[in-house]
Design a protein around this ligand. Structure first.
Ligand SMILES: [Zn+2]
Length: 284
């Protein structure tokens, strides 16, 4: 198979009320861990890379890895550019071969968010690329994107309708009480708001900051219109912890083919749990 389209994935998820897990990866091993989990559960999967990951590994390298993976595994695998606020980086990734992108101008004011998102959609259309955008402001920290908790702005349902109509995006990231990074207290999701948004917005909805959100809340969010669940922090931590543990036990180790194996397994275990929560098992 070739790299899959997130548009088709998300529309199927919306129709059949499950969610596509979108996992942030950073290198070969994190990608392998995620894909082995998805393959074992026969689940469609989105490989998400932030602009930071693109600058770290190179868009061409990431696309090549995703292409190899799509050939190797018999499940739909998509590659997605996550949280891109720089239109030039976004255009560069599309030119390099990305088929799914998120333009994130949610830090700008409403009119500016619309203008930048429209520019991204216009460019993406000529390449048949799917575009996600965000309205409202998911707080917390994702790489260089920092939003203080007090600046958290939940998505207004009627603004969401206007935003989707004006920008013609394919999917909408909503702010309903989740945050990026690690939660200090259990997050309370605004399900009433989500249900309202889902009743007036027809395109698939996306949940950011799902790491650390209790499974029951994620499941309820999926029942109420969430079609894509983003997981980053919850994969990074077990991966790093397993490496630390390995070096504590084996201080003289130097071979990545050994010390990265338990890290990959730890990440894979979490990915399996998340796929089950998304109810995307056997949807491949
Ligand atoms: Zn996010």
């Amino acid at each position: 198979m070739d790299i899959a389209s997130t548009k088709e994935m998300l529309l199927d998820a919306k129709k059949r009320k499950y969610a596509i897990p979108a996992f942030n990866i950073h290198n070969l091993e994190t990608m392998q861990g995620v894909l082995e989990a998805a393959n074992e559960l026969n689940s469609p999967v989105i490989i998400a890379t932030t602009p930071g990951t693109v600058s770290y590994a190179g868009a061409d390298y990431l696309i090549a890895m995703a292409k190899v993976a799509a050939r190797r595994y018999n499940i739909p695998i998509a590659l997605h550019l996550d949280h891109c606020s720089d239109i030039d980086i976004l255009k560069g990734c599309i030119e390099a071969g990305y088929k799914s992108v998120m333009i994130d101008a949610s830090l700008k004011d409403y009119e500016e968010n619309i203008r930048i998102t429209k520019e991204a959609v216009a460019f993406a259309q000529s390449y048949n690329v799917t575009v996600e955008a965000e309205l409202g402001l998911v707080s917390g920290q994702e790489e260089e994107r920092k939003v203080d908790e007090k600046d958290n702005v939940l998505t207004d349902p009627f603004m969401a309708v206007d935003f989707v109509e004006k920008t013609k995006i394919d999917s909408l990231a909503v702010a309903i009480g989740t945050a990026h990074g690690v939660y200090r207290a259990e997050p309370k999701l605004d399900f009433e708001r989500l249900t309202k948004i889902n009743s007036v917005v027809t395109i698939p909805l996306v949940l950011h900051g799902a790491s650390g959100v209790p499974a029951k809340s994620v499941i309820r969010a999926i029942e109420n219109g969430i079609c894509k669940v983003n997981i980053a922090t919850e994969l990074k931590m077990p991966f790093a912890n397993a490496i630390k543990e390995y070096f504590q036990k084996n201080p003289d180790a130097s071979d990545p083919r050994y010390y990265l194996v338990p890290a990959k397994e730890a990440l894979k275990k979490v990915a399996i749990e998340k796929i089950q929560i998304c109810n995307s098992v056997n949807r491949g």
